[in-house]
Design a protein around this ligand. Sequence first.
Ligand code: DUC
Ligand code: ZN
Ligand code: ZN
Length: 498
Amino acid sequence: MSEFDIVVRNGTVVTAADTASCDVGIREGRIVALGEGLGQGAREIDAGGKLVLPGGIDSHCHIDQVSGMGVRTADDFHSATISAAFGGNTTVIPFAAQQRGQSLRSVVQDYHELATPKAVIDYAFHLIISDPSEQILNQELPALIHDGYTSFKVFMTYERMRLNDRQLLDVLSVARREGALMMVHAENDDVIAWISAKLLEQGHREPKFHAISHAQIAESEATHRAIRLSELMDVPLLVVHVSAEGAMNEIRRAQNAGLRVYGETCPQYLFLTKEDLDLPAVEGAKFCCSPPPRDTNSQAAMWRGLKNGTFQVFSSDHAPYRFDETGKLSAGPNPSFKEIANGLPGLELRLPLLFSEGVQTGRLTVNEFVALASTNAARIYGLDGRKGSIAVGLDADLAIWNPDRSVTVTADMMHDNAGYTPYEGRTLNGWPETVVSRGRVIVNEGEFSAEPGSGDFLPCEKPEPARPLGRLLPEVDPATNFGAEIISDTPLDTGAGD
Ligand code: DUC
Ligand code: ZN
Ligand code: ZN
């Protein structure tokens, strides 16, 4: 009888910390041995000349979700997780997104019903909170955090989703009290609306004006404001999909001041620019996302932020819409830039793009790549007891990369439902050829094998303990009844009816 279910032999095993030539022994879905000359496996995988990396964790993707603009994304949990697997991922963290008026608990239930029968790799959920009523903040959200939904995204823009500053404070105070992590889409809604109105008044409708309306200053101002609000509450904050230097510098300054502010950027801000939105007819709609791609200086800044640690997370923000009446053109064949669903596909190419242009060019070490691809997200979102590294006891989630394989990207190769890729025609150097999810070889030689519904839900641990009260705020003053205690420990009165 074999000692292991699988042995991955002769590869170079890379974690965020170390690089070693050794074999990986897998039994019952977990890594049980690392070492030289391991005993026989029932299945042997020769990884000679290859890199054995932890499976990627794409911690920001929108799957089967109605977006901020009211359009459903193109993938279900089957197509999205297959696409993710082909891109070297073994975990995704999409959103259970609340529309106003909905119970968060029932939203979560709905997303489980979408994911359970279809997902082929493991998944957790972030929440999206668009309606922070007292019921949500005092009852549903604390209970859900307790049940393993320990991070949530809020929006400072989008008519249907945005929260005002007072609501952001309400939500932050729950994050503090319950030990959850708030992620923020930071763009100043009024700035975008004001510029958009001026552009439309002057007859400017084309997709390229999307990038102009989402001015960089709208992003840096909102990033600054979100950081200051989280500082007031002394809770961690993660600023998602940072696109430009101004916002990045706000994050860096906060980190230098000792605040627990994390940053995330995405492939579209490294590989695309606003010029991509300026295509004939409405072709530029394929590249409309928020924040928009900027310019080559911004791309260089994002690479710097990945290298110097300002960004801990590199995610896809996968939000695919077909280029037809179900998606990008749902408002008609000639929509104004305000009517184009925001978002791009990215689950499958996130890691090949970063590997090719990061590791192969020398911008990043392969260990830094692993940190950005997987390890940091596992730690930040409370999955590191199972995911994000290669170590005895962790789930056997591996991506075996051939650094010598070059692939020229075409839409036909993609496994998502977008029908196009923003990275068409690019040649990428290095490719994840074999993917192992909890000890199952799900991708090999371009073939896929895993049953719909074989992915597991992953409850997340609380990310990090709250710091003692009163560091930034005064202790409660009995005369005024004001202070840190008030903010964090009393049930909320959101002032509804004010
Ligand atoms: N912007 C978002 O906020 N989410 C999905 C995609 C996008 O462009
Ligand atoms: Zn967003
Ligand atoms: Zn998003």
